[in-house]
Design a protein around this ligand. Sequence first.
Ligand SMILES: [Fe+2]
Ligand SMILES: [Fe+2]
Length: 383
Amino acid sequence: MVHQLRIGSRLIEEDVVTIATVDLGYIERAREGKFDLGWLRDSHAEWGIRARPSRVGLTLRDIAVGSYGEVPDHPPKRTMAPRGCDVDPDVPDMGYSINDKAEVWSDNVMELYEEAVSRQWSATRDIEWTELPELDADLEHAMCQLATVLSEVEMVAADFPAKWLWRINHDFVEAKMFLCTQVMDEARHTEVFRKRALAGGGGLGKAKAVVEQFLKVILDAQSYDEGSALMHLLAEGLVLSLFRAGELLSPSPVEKKIFRLCMQDEARHVAYGTMHLRYRLEREPALAPDFHAYLDRGEEIIAALFATPEVVEPTAILAAGSLKAAEEMGVGVSDILRTRMIEEYLARCDRAGLPRRGRMRLPEIILAGTSGGAEACVEGVAS
Ligand SMILES: [Fe+2]
Ligand SMILES: [Fe+2]
């Protein structure tokens, strides 16, 4: 039955519960001990199915037992009801738009969630801020500029999953829970790099339009497919490679620890993105050209980042150890780092089942030494 409900100035007309529809006589009957007990007697949930803890405790994998462990490819309803419970037939439709498991699932998502929960850390407590050394001014500026860029880009990896979370069918709850951990991880990454910029006296540096443009492409993605490929696979993959080079870039053990802790988190996000794309393409191989198109566009903006002084020069100075040493070396170290980033990205695309070797349409000066460009592919085939 359709009811009218006024909330503030809004008049809602739909199948809503109002006091007029409630059986108030029940309160009287319950007072007299005349319970309904329908929930106790008519349950079709799997009574007797007992999840047993494994070595580390009771994990998501441990409770994926009986029908509770069966994640439907196409859930029959769009509700917030916990998967596997008995559901009222007249539950409201939550309007989720992501209702195919393959759109968000990955085979490692339960393990990644468990790892995320067990490896949370604190940017306040776990970084030895009092041991931050006084650095040469150029080095401090370089570190602060890098921290500014990282503090800027990290938050999009929270905003993007947060934007899509409520659209994801609740039957894929493990994937939703994992994305929640990503949101928390990225908040901490934003925090730790902001703190690093302010803790050494250099303060925040410059935010560039080109960086913001890339973030906007991710945020404005028309589908989870598009945004996830651009963010989990491409952008976060490159950031992961940068964190991996933290040993080289860190002017002190304090930054080394920051990069190491961020790297652990980032590896999970990239592992999800890679395995999710694999899962998606194994079930819908016809989507491969769409994903190639998303990445064609994303790589073009990334190429612009590789030609942005505010992004390139801090890493060159940090890796060389001083501005003078960096000027003498040119951006040679940055070239090595860029080559490594592109190769690691290409390897990830291979693992995801979307080989990009030989497909990248970036200028030769950026692809030199990598197997990304068409020429590199031809050479690779010939050798
Ligand atoms: Fe991050
Ligand atoms: Fe991330």
